[in-house]
Design a protein around this ligand. Structure first.
Ligand SMILES: Cc1ncc(COP(=O)(O)O)c(C=O)c1O
Length: 411
């Protein structure tokens, strides 16, 4: 359930008029509903039925500090992929023992940072990474908890660019290698194997794909046990699909039912790494229609603000924040960026007039986090709504912000 809805033809987030936020903070801007985030998280946390589990929210989908703080207070753990994400989650008050560090290119600096902060686990993605973590752990005289992220060779995910579990994908360790690495770790004085992990992709609607991943995990865990290694967790990743244009998609409860069933004979804790299915429908991006030219709606948000349509040909529903105000038409909605791929939607039926504020729905995940300064545009602000209140949780960048890291060689 998402708390963006019309009352008397005016779009609200919870009990706040979107137009009030636009008047105060301008456009483009990202607006999040706390209640939606909260319910989405609870849908996962309450879905564990038979087994204990940990939800590690995937920080890459939405990483604003205030959002992470809110989720951390609700008991969330975090799936991170960089030193920057580690810094954020710690600043947000996360329990380090609920942080798992995934990612195929962890640097020395990042590994050291994670070791010093005593995180729950590094999800190792290659033999070289394993050796490197071991070396750093040895230098620091530490025993470091790790999991192996294996590649289950499952073809799942909504777009070529978000499939991660096929043999040819760059993620994870091939099954043929996994047991060799497990053996190595079991003999290491500085590495402690506590889990197995996989993540097969994103925007997945087929629950059978998760079933296959859980089944694979179970079988590998059995093999690992045969080496006298006891594991603490089995991590089946994130990736549950959400709907961008209608409302039919599997729930966390549906997902957990299948995973718990598949892993019912196992004693380990189940970890999930959902991102989009917690943050996606909790956010919208608003934008003003600057100009109408022929059938083009030219808006003040570009692909630098929301790149998903240009990057993945992703479809978002776009609505006018005031119904009954403009002319109905079939529009191509474009932004200000000097690229022909800066198209939010094509042949899109909606009512529109110059000056109207439109809302791009389901923009909470992979929205602001992927924004950039291309064309020297300032990244948009983020606003968090809670009931009848709203707070700025990230300011719009200024022109000074754009230039502050550049070095003026003229002295
Ligand atoms: C390792 C890992 N875990 C979790 C996620 C979150 O996926 P989603 O936002 O689809 O739930 C991703 C996304 O790419 C990922 O790469």
């Amino acid at each position: 359930m998402s708390y963006f809805s019309y009352k008397n033809n005016i779009l609200y987030c919870e009990k706040v008029k979107i137009s009030d936020i636009a008047d105060k903070y301008g456009t483009p801007a990202y607006i999040y509903s706390k209640k939606t985030l909260s319910e989405n998280f609870d849908a996962y946390a309450n879905a564990f039925d038979k087994k204990s589990g940990l939800i590690c929210f995937s920080v890459k989908s939405l990483s604003n500090l205030s959002i992470l703080k809110f989720l951390s207070e609700k008991g969330s753990g975090f799936d991170i992929v960089s030193g920057g994400e580690l810094e954020r989650t710690l600043l947000a008050g996360a329990d380090p023992k609920k942080i798992i560090f995934t990612g195929i290119a962890k640097t020395d600096e990042e590994i050291l940072f994670g070791i010093e902060k005593n995180i729950l686990s590094f999800n190792i993605e290659s033999k070289s990474e394993m050796m490197r973590i071991e070396k750093i752990a040895r230098d620091k005289k530490k025993l470091v908890d790790v999991a192996i992220r294996f590649n289950p060779e499952i073809d799942a995910g909504g777009h070529e660019y978000i499939k991660t579990g096929r043999k040819k994908d760059k993620f994870g360790i091939l099954v043929s290698e996994t047991l060799k690495l497990a053996k190595y770790i079991s003999n290491s004085e500085h590495l402690n194997l506590i889990g197995l992990s996989c993540h097969i992709g994103s925007q997945i609607f087929e629950l059978d794909d998760f079933k296959a991943a859980a089944n694979f995990t179970k079988k590998l865990a059995e093999e690992v046990n045969k080496m006298n290694i006891e594991l603490k967790f089995l991590d089946v990743g994130g990736g549950l699909g959400i709907s961008y244009t209608d409302s039919n998609f599997p729930s966390p409860k549906d997902l957990l039912k299948i995973i718990e069933n598949e892993l019912q004979d196992r004693d380990e804790k189940i970890i999930l790494e959902p991102g989009r299915s917690i943050s996606g429908n909790a956010g919208i991006m608003i934008s003003k229609i600057e100009y109408i030219k022929e059938n083009y709606l030219i808006i003040d948000a570009g692909m630098n603000d929301l790149i998903r349509p240009a990057l993945y040909n992703a479809k978002h529903s776009v609505i006018n924040t005031t119904k009954g105000a403009g002319n109905n038409g079939s529009w191509t909605i474009v932004g200000p960026i000097c690229e022909s791929s800066d198209v939010l939607a094509k042949d899109y039926e909606m009512e529109a007039a110059e000056g109207d504020i439109i809302a791009v729905e389901t923009a909470g995940a992979y929205g602001h986090v992927m924004s950039s300064n291309y064309n020297s545009r300032r990244k948009p602000p983020e606003i968090l709504v809670s009931n009848d209140k709203y707070e700025l949780i990230r300011k719009r960048e200024t022109y000074e912000d754009l230039l502050k890291n550049e070095v003026d060689l003229s002295g």
